[in-house]
Design a protein around this ligand. Structure first.
Ligand code: NAP
Length: 260
């Protein structure tokens, strides 16, 4: 059981805390001036003065990136000598975090939106000499909100952000266009949504539960000269859909590089 101070408990920090408090036996304290809804047994302070002499094994940063330089230094004296800083902030590097606390180990967690329902995919990156125990304990926290992928440099974390961090946005846009197209074929909005979301969920669950490749699964529903073949020829006949998806991920990655 470890003592964990969560710095900032907004949309993402609050959702992760809910999963962490329900699935681990760590002792959590939240530092946030707002009035977040907290799980049972989670303490809250509204300013650093309220912490008294309290010390923590982990300090998890869940602030907006632009607040970190101002707020983090106040709380660092409450991190134990062998404690670890972890951060879920997008676009705030581990090197910048480590610069606030020379000699401390840093682990970045990059969750994506479905983490709020325990179905996220989080990237993990350990900076500096992170102990086995700290890696394992932060990994256990990240696993409370879904799948994890470790990367061994920060550039890969930016690439992961372009794939998974921004991914829900691409998926929502694809679903929106798919529903709009179903409406154009004559369905009202409610039926179009039922058809599209049900189709996507069913296909996704089939893919998740199957050992077959995605190409194989696609070919299996595509008979020569049939309706699916006609649709696929319009969607990606000369590779335009593949190019679009590649450009989408590249653009997001380039933006992450610019924001470093
Ligand atoms: N949301 C996502 O999908 C997502 C995904 C990946 C990573 N992230 C990262 O998660 C971090 C938090 O994002 P979020 O969406 O949860 O933001 P958020 O809802 O604005 O949460 C930030 C929290 O920090 C609080 N805060 C402000 N000043 C503070 C201070 N001096 N001391 C302690 N707490 C303070 C805010 O309170 P007030 O509301 O009163 O200002 C708020 O409750 C960001 O760095 C973001 O990059 C978010």
């Amino acid at each position: 059981m470890k003592k964990i101070l969560l710095l900032g408990c907004g949309n993402m920090g609050g959702a992760l805390l809910k999963a962490w408090a329900a699935n681990t036996d760590h002792l959590f304290t939240v530092a946030d001036p707002a009035e977040p809804e907290l799980p049972k047994n989670v303490a809250q302070v509204r300013s650093v003065d309220e912490l008294g002499e309290d010390m923590f094994d982990y300090l998890v940063v869940a602030l907006k990136p632009q607040l970190i330089d101002r707020v983090l230094p106040d709380y660092l004296p409450h991190l134990a000598a062998d404690g670890t800083i972890s951060s879920i902030a997008a676009g705030y590097s581990a090197a910048k975090l480590a610069a606030h606390a020379p000699g401390r180990s840093v682990i970045r967690i990059m969750p994506n939106l479905p983490a709020v329902i325990g179905k996220g995919v989080s990237g993990l990156y350990a900076h500096g000499s992170v102990t086995e125990t700290a890696s394992r304990e932060i990994e256990q926290l990240a696993l409370c909100s879904g799948e994890i992928v470790w990367v061994d440099n920060e550039d890969m974390l930016d690439r992961l952000t372009a794939v998974a961090g921004s991914g829900p946005g691409y998926v929502f846009e694809m679903l929106r266009a798919y529903v709009e197209a179903a409406e154009a074929l004559g369905f009202d909005e409610k039926d179009a949504k039922t058809l599209v979301l049900g189709t996507v969920q069913g296909a996704l669950e089939l893919a998740l539960g199957s050992d077959r490749s995605l190409e194989d699964l696609r070919n299996n529903v595509t008979s020569k000269g049939g309706t699916t073949a006609a649709g696929l020829a319009a969607l990606n006949g000369t590779g335009e859909f593949s190019d679009l998806i590649r450009d989408t991920l590249q653009a997001a990655y380039q933006r992450a590089v610019e924001l470093r």
